[in-house]
Design a protein around this ligand. Structure first.
Ligand code: IMP
Length: 189
């Protein structure tokens, strides 16, 4: 258990510590595997890879460096958590994509699928533009929370239903730069 990071005052879970649940090495290894799978599947194609801000920025950046195909990137920014630690139940579009994705091969890259509300919103938004193909990659997936009918093509890791930070994921905007995945250890106070 990593007891070195204590959540500061003024943040949710203040005084609790963070416990490493996925090491930085495992993160990098898994991202490489997904990158190689995507490269194999899109040989000869030029997909548009759409990162979901803010949380997916590190996964996206690492993932594209494992691709040996040509690709374009774009970003969309949505918000379902605000600064809280639970889904608000609604998704707000803060920045739409700029690229024209009609008739294009699209891969949406998400940080984490929790309830799946964001993923459903993104699917609807992308399908409106009639892409040629549409696939989803998420770094983390909480199967106990997500609704079962979600179609996800690549999942980094399935995790239990705990609040996690690191590798792009935040707690009230902090901890996004941690290289592994850490869970709030609520018994560690
Ligand atoms: P969903 O719409 O409930 O699937 O939630 C997706 C969004 O909620 C993610 O893109 C994250 O921004 C945020 N989120 C969900 N679970 C966590 C977590 O454990 N830590 C940090 N952010 C989370």
């Amino acid at each position: 258990m990593d007891t070195s990071i204590i959540i500061p005052e003024g943040f949710p879970y203040a005084g609790n510590n963070l416990e490493e649940i996925i090491s930085p090495d495992s993160v990098q290894q898994r991202v490489g595997e997904i990158g190689r799978e995507i490269s194999g599947m899109y040989q000869g194609k030029v997909p548009i890879i759409i990162g979901v801000l803010n949380g997916a920025f590190l996964f996206m950046a690492d993932l594209v460096r494992h691709l040996d195909i040509q690709f374009e990137v774009d970003f969309i920014k949505i918000d379902s958590y605000g600064d809280g630690t639970k889904s608000s139940g609604t998704v707000r579009l803060l920045k739409d994509i700029s690229a024209d994705i009609t008739d294009r091969d699209v891969i949406v890259v998400e940080d984490i699928v929790d309830t799946g509300l964001s993923l459903k919103f993104l699917k609807h938004r992308m399908e409106e533009a009639s892409p040629k193909s549409l696939r989803f990659a998420t770094f983390l997936y909480k199967p106990d929370v997500a609704s079962t009918e979600l179609e996800i093509d690549w999942t980094g890791f399935s995790i239990e239903d705990r609040f996690v930070v690191g590798y792009g994921l935040d707690l009230k905007q902090i901890y996004r730069g941690l290289p592994g995945i850490y869970a709030v250890n609520e018994e560690g106070k």
